[in-house]
Write a protein that binds this ligand. Sequence first.
Ligand SMILES: [Zn+2]
Length: 245
Amino acid sequence: MIDAHCHLSHPKFDADRHQVIERAKNHLVALFETGGNLEQNQHALELSMSHKKFIYAGVGLAPHYALEADAKKEFEFIERNADHIKAIGEIGLEYHYFAEEQARERQKIIFREQLILAEKIGVPVVIHCREAWDDLLLILKDFPLQKVMLHFFNKHSYLQESLRRGYYISIATLKSKDVDKIIRDAPLNSLLTETDSPYLWQGERNEPSNVRFVYDRISEIKKVPVEQVRQSVMATTSQFFEIVF
Ligand SMILES: [Zn+2]
């Protein structure tokens, strides 16, 4: 199994990060640590260096930090470490927490710049989107060659358009009716799996080994053996991030 998106640099893991990673190693083939600002990106790189061939790093400037961050510095960091990263992410648009037009415009600029950067250094992108799907899909249209992973995809109404464009659909641990419909209607070979740890969990804290519940869910809804889901997700993840597991 694979966790294609998590945040082990989060302070919630400060006390027992090592144990969480060891637990993950017992169940998973790989996990993808995703940053959103300079501090998190640095941490993601460090984790990937100290757990080679198990933890892989994605770095980026998330929309949550678009207003406050020194974007130039963030982009320099990404370019400088291009050889050590597997994706630019998470990047995208977050409208739920940012209602002001100015903040949203800034997010769009930052997002576009990172799509250009991803094209330049030749890595896939990991997308965060909340209440901004129309704007997001419009911007992505200008970048036809991108390999795009829609992290925690949970809007069934945007599924067909996303599939038509060849985007990868990442199913997270948090259950909903829409996510069930997405699992039902998306082809198995378009699906990736993630926890978004420490988020997207009913309990206190999510962690990568919980990704097994996503596999159970896909197996149940698509009526295919869990082993087949594992094989498929591994092949899709391998193709997406260009990693041989
Ligand atoms: Zn995330």
